[in-house]
Design a protein around this ligand. Structure first.
Ligand SMILES: NC(=O)c1ccc[n+]([C@@H]2O[C@H](COP(=O)([O-])OP(=O)(O)OC[C@H]3O[C@@H](n4cnc5c(N)ncnc54)[C@H](OP(=O)(O)O)[C@@H]3O)[C@@H](O)[C@H]2O)c1
Length: 301
């Protein structure tokens, strides 16, 4: 099939061949920062970051990722769902590819009790990464060539310990840890342990303290930790100053809505956590007729 050419947006003078009729994962994004502007294939963009090599034995590399609209919505409540879900308008395959590339570099995923409750009622966005779909086969192979296990292990933060064991079944081939506070309900701890789930305590109350959780995970040997939960888990990590990098996809859309989540939720962070821009790419191809910015932030030291 002969390639045809499309004009890229104004910042590019190049004309890039695109396979007939659709935008592929190789279709490039434009780096806006740091200068100079340049074009890079979306496919592989984040795999190059080698996050699994950045951690130290006592200091795992902790990173998180969100997709948000311009007005800051990461999820919306609605009458057709019991739980809040990622807006259909923002979710797109190009961002999803990058989310999977970040998971490829993780030894451990941090998720929440909420995810498994949402899974059980069929409202979770997808199975935990790395995705088993054919389109992510290269990512799964890449993990193995890097000496990583086939799939990252799973840590679940929970105070309530309301974690439906049935929802854990698809992940039994991975190590599953539940992290909770010292004062969480012992009967629920026992139920989980009897189901073969390891339970760690980090924090004096029922809530997990982020610093203690990461220290315990470091002692368990984890060097790269990808937090894929929502605003409360991200707050827990921010509060403890253990976040090394935030990957933020900002879709060029305004969503409005009255019931929504933003990237973080909790008491005021004092002082405010300041982040520096490490890189910024423009992807004009998704979401369709909008585009998105792919930003990477690091804490200021
Ligand atoms: N757009 C995006 O990129 C993106 C990314 C992630 C999530 N989301 C969406 O965000 C929405 C809201 O997420 P969410 O509020 O459910 O996630 P969340 O706020 O991170 O997690 C909520 C649950 O995590 C547990 N948790 C959090 N911090 C804890 C701590 N310090 N100690 C103990 N447990 C802790 C609690 O579980 P227990 O209730 O079991 O105690 C809590 O209910 C979801 O609908 C999700 O789809 C969007």
């Amino acid at each position: 099939m002969a390639p045809f050419f499309i004009s890229l947006p104004r910042q590019s003078n190049d004309r890039i061949p695109i396979s007939q009729g659709h935008i592929s994962m190789q279709t490039p994004v434009t780096r806006l920062y740091p200068a100079p502007c340049n074009q890079y294939s979306l496919n592989g963009l984040y795999l190059q970051h080698r996050l699994h090599r950045k951690g130290q034995p006592d200091a795992p590399y902790v990173y998180s990722n969100f997709i948000t609209s311009l007005d800051g919505r990461i999820s919306l409540g609605g009458s057709d769902h019991v739980t809040h879900t990622v807006p259909a308008a923002t979710a797109n395959p190009r961002d999803w590819r990058l989310y999977q590339e970040l998971a490829a570099q993780a030894e451990l995923l941090i998720t929440s009790g909420r995810y498994f409750r949402q899974s059980l009622i069929g409202e979770a966005q997808d199975q935990l990464p790395v995705g088993k779909q054919a389109e992510f086969e290269d990512i799964r192979e890449w993990r193995l060539t890097q000496g990583l296990r086939e799939q990252p292990d799973i840590a679940i933060l929970s105070s309530s310990l309301d974690i439906p064991v049935a929802a854990l079944e698809p992940y039994r081939h991975r190590r599953i840890l539940v992290i909770t506070g010292e004062r969480s309900e012992q009967t629920r701890v026992t139920v989980l342990q009897r189901a073969g789930i390891e339970v760690l305590h980090a924090g004096a109350g029922t809530r997990v303290e982020g610093g203690q959780a990461i220290s315990q995970l470091a002692k368990s040997g984890y060097r790269s930790i990808y937090a894929i939960a929502g605003p409360a888990v991200f707050y827990t990590l921010l509060e403890a100053n253990v976040v090394n990098r935030l990957y933020l996809t900002i879709t060029q859309q305004m969503l409005g809505g009255d019931i929504f989540d933003t990237v973080t939720r909790g008491p005021l962070l004092t002082p405010a956590r300041r982040l520096s821009l490490a890189s910024l790419y423009h992807d004009p191809y998704a979401p369709e007729e909008a585009g998105q910015l792919l930003a990477v932030f690091e804490p200021q030291t």
